[in-house]
Design a protein. Structure first.
Length: 211
């Protein structure tokens, strides 16, 4: 006996939300399939209140829920809202679909900028040299690393190379990452590495690396 599994086809709009808290936004849920769906919406309760957070959505229909964002500590935050849908059937096959809504939250107030860096290391990947640099955001606002972080290489006081992150992404408060800085030059041996961070007060740290 072949059991037909109901097709789950749920769409959420918008998939990304940016707000200045406190604020509210309307989210549209659209059932493009024919099966009736039970939809649950969940997010971090410290930041969000979603009403309704559960609903039944008939096939070929849509509904709107309201997301209210609280204002907590000043600065930038990002959270994820999960939308889970399953057919409203009593069959033995538990088919689920899960979608994520990325929410960027800014709360007005005192801005604290505080990028911190660790010790750079040289790694070799497929014959190429890459300088990896640990970075942590200890402030309360998101930082574009490409705009505020440079690593300069010197030999005997002469500038050999100046490297910057290639990614245009942001590092949010309380997050850490490892930045990869490819070096394609011909210099070998020991060099001086100067890491400069332009986020709030300028931070400069010096290291010795072996390329």
């Amino acid at each position: 006996m072949i059991v037909a599994v109901p097709h789950v086809a749920l769409a959420v709009s918008p998939a990304r939300v940016a707000v200045v808290a406190p604020a509210s936004r309307r989210l549209e849920l659209r059932n493009d399939g024919v099966a009736m769906l039970v939809v649950d919406i969940a997010g971090p309760k410290a930041w969000l209140r979603i009403r309704p957070d559960r609903l039944v959505l008939p096939g070929r229909s849509k509904a709107v829920v309201t997301m209210r964002v609280r204002a907590r500590a000043p600065g930038d935050n990002r959270v994820l809202v999960l939308v889970t849908a399953r057919p409203r059937t009593r069959g033995s096959v538990a088919l689920r679909m899960r979608l994520g809504i990325r929410v960027r939250i800014h709360v007005r107030g005192r801005v604290v900028r505080g990028l911190d860096v660790g010790t750079p290391r040289v790694r070799r990947r497929n014959g190429a040299r890459v300088i990896v640099l640990p970075v942590a955001n200890r402030g309360n606002v998101a930082e574009h690393l490409r705009k505020c972080l440079t690593l300069s290489l010197f030999r005997s006081g002469r500038l050999v190379a100046r490297l910057q992150p290639r990614s245009r992404g942001e590092l949010f408060p309380r997050e850490r990452t490892v930045v990869a800085l490819p070096y394609s030059g011909g210099m070998r041996g020991v060099v001086s590495a100067v890491v400069a961070v332009h986020a709030g007060e300028k931070l400069v740290r010096r290291y010795r690396l072996r390329l």
